[in-house]
Design a protein around this ligand. Structure first.
Ligand SMILES: Nc1ncnc2c1ncn2[C@@H]1O[C@H](COP(=O)(O)OP(=O)(O)O)[C@@H](O)[C@H]1O
Ligand SMILES: O=P(O)(O)OC[C@H](O)CO
Length: 531
């Protein structure tokens, strides 16, 4: 009798394999980091083979370390970094190029061009997404245009596209599939018909032949090749990591929300069986499609995606070198009572929701002669909470659903200083569960539902338990004042990066004061980009 579900949690910076027992408890875990490749400023790539090799290695490791045979595993579920785009040869299984990662900004200008063609509204209406370089569609276009022969091979049906779930499912089983949650991040999937959208495919000139078959999140996909684990194991669950985390946090009912503090920050609120069209630049996205006895049922989400959260702490570690480990930031930030007026806007990869400015850049303001590393560390931590506050404000404006508490997970959710500040700034209770590996847990739950290891989402909800609750303790006037200052800082970071040729349009601006430079810049830059 199989006792475990194995979750493969393929994140932006590491591949993890986690074993869950019937109570939803972690019984084993293995993790490997892999290379982040930065070929040019603003570009981020992964080697898809390295993703596969590290993922397979940790899966084998966790079985070995726990002395388990494949027969002990009822099913495997995958939770994955979303949007990251792989194009591979169907016959050889070889990627035609490095994967283009969700953080990669190389297609920002291509998105501007699509916006100029008036496609932003159509994209939002059909896919629920902002027209942004974040999503897979323009990354696919880039690969088809820049890899020699790729377009012709794609049109002949020789190449396959997939996000990381598809890639791993292909390597494990040979199937070319994705689930609705991952499909909904490509900017090619119709949120309402739950099909690839032919009009968008035509407008973006992407051949249908490269796309995977879309399946429910709890689909029984197929058995892994025996050489993966020595005997076949069923792959039966797929979900984008943020949707998986929402499922793992048991946010099964409309109005329930979670925020994941990983590389980025992703707040998702369950909006039930309705896709809400955001008026405040949030994403409407698919949470999960569950196949049940009476057919398939799709649950939708509103999402606010913030690009830099825990990655800002990595920047303190790797670039400023003011800490050696991420865990040290709490003590350093806690060594000062406040930031001394310093604000850090970590727009290192532009700004995501609700600003969607790919040309924003990291900005540190408010420094004085007394500013030290602790103030900057504290400002970095606080920036994570402020960005979340911007998202929550947009979410509450979009949805009539009141938020009673925010469930949290992800690496940086272990930081108590950050979690308390988050509760203070939001004026909402922040609740950390006992199991914080909720992306992996969600994938395990989906796979377990597929094979009858668990019976229903209601049963799964009984597993959820709280580790700690953070109550808001800051006066509302104080949090409002801080948020107002944050928003001033955000304005300074916006639309910073631009083509050098713009300087020739406004040569006098070199010697002007800051505000005038900004005015001139916004005027020239925003005409093509934002309007
Ligand atoms: N104690 C901490 N305080 C703040 N950030 C932390 C802490 N521990 C880890 N992090 C951050 O959390 C991130 C890792 O979280 P994780 O959920 O594993 O991310 P991902 O799935 O995106 O790879 C890193 O960016 C790291 O800097
Ligand atoms: O790898 P994570 O956990 O940072 O998640 C990345 C997101 O899925 C990107 O949309």
């Amino acid at each position: 009798m199989p006792q475990y579900i194995l979750a493969l949690d393929q994140g932006t910076t590491s591949s993890r394999a986690i074993l869950f027992d019937h109570g939803g408890h972690i019984r084993g875990c293995a993790q490997q980091e892999f290379r982040q490749i930065f070929p040019q400023p603003g570009w981020v790539e992964h080697d898809a083979n390295e993703i596969w090799e590290t993922q397979l290695a940790v899966a084998r490791q966790v079985l070995r370390e726990n002395q388990l045979s494949p027969a002990a595993i009822a099913a495997i579920g995958i939770s994955n970094q979303r949007e990251t785009t792989v194009l591979w040869d169907r016959v050889t299984g070889k990627p035609v190029a490095n994967a283009i990662v969700w953080q990669d900004r190389r297609t920002a200008a291509a998105c501007d061009a699509l916006r100029q063609r008036g496609l932003a509204d159509l994209v939002q209406a059909k896919t629920g997404l902002e027209l942004d370089a974040y999503f897979s569609a323009t990354k696919i276009q880039w690969l088809l245009a820049h890899v020699a022969g790729a377009r012709e091979r794609a049109e002949r049906g020789e190449l396959a596209f997939g996000t990381i779930d598809s890639w791993l499912a292909f390597k494990l089983t040979g199937a070319h599939v994705t689930d609705t949650s991952n499909a909904s991040r490509t900017m090619l999937f119709n949120l309402h018909s739950l099909q690839w959208d032919d009009e968008l495919l035509e407008l973006l000139d992407i051949p249908r032949a490269i796309l995977p078959t879309v399946v429910p999140a709890n689909a029984r996909i197929g058995h892994c090749h025996p050489d993966c684990f020595g005997a076949p194991v069923l792959l039966a669950g797929l979900a984008g990591d943020q949707q998986a985390a929402t499922f793992g946090q048991a946010c099964h009912h409309p109005g329930m929300a979670k925020n994941t503090y990983g590389t980025g920050c992703f707040m998702l609120m369950n909006t039930g069986h309705t896709a809400i069209r955001s008026q405040n630049r949030l994403l409407s996205t698919i949470g999960w499609t569950l196949e049940g006895r009476s057919g398939a049922d799709t649950t939708y989400m509103l999402e606010g995606s913030v690009f830099m959260a825990g990655a800002t702490i990595q920047w303190l570690r790797d670039c400023l070198q003011i800490i050696q480990h991420a865990s040290e930031v709490e003590a350093l930030a806690g060594s000062v009572a406040d930031t001394g007026g310093v604000m850090l806007v970590p727009a290192f990869a532009g700004l995501g929701a609700p600003h969607w400015d790919p040309y924003a850049r990291g900005t540190l303001v408010g420094m004085t002669r007394g500013t030290g590393r602790a103030h900057i560390a504290r400002a970095a931590l606080e920036s994570i909470a402020y960005q979340t506050a911007d998202v929550l404000q947009a979410m509450q404006a979009d949805s009539a659903l009141p938020l009673s508490e925010l469930r949290v997970n992800g690496g940086a959710a272990s930081n108590n200083l950050l979690m308390q500040f988050q509760a203070d700034i939001l004026g909402v209770q922040v609740v950390r569960p006992a199991v914080t590996e909720t992306s992996a847990l969600g994938a395990a739950y989906l796979a377990g539902l597929a094979v009858g290891f668990w019976s229903s989402p209601e049963e799964l909800a009984t597993h959820w338990s709280m580790e700690r609750r953070f109550e808001p303790a800051m006066a509302a006037a104080e949090s409002q004042l801080r948020l107002a200052n944050w928003r001033r800082a955000v304005e300074r970071s916006k639309a910073w990066q631009f083509d050098n040729s713009w300087w020739f349009l406004c040569p006098g601006s070199y010697s002007m004061c800051d505000d005038q430079i900004t005015l001139l810049f916004v005027k020239y830059r925003r005409i093509p980009y934002l309007e």
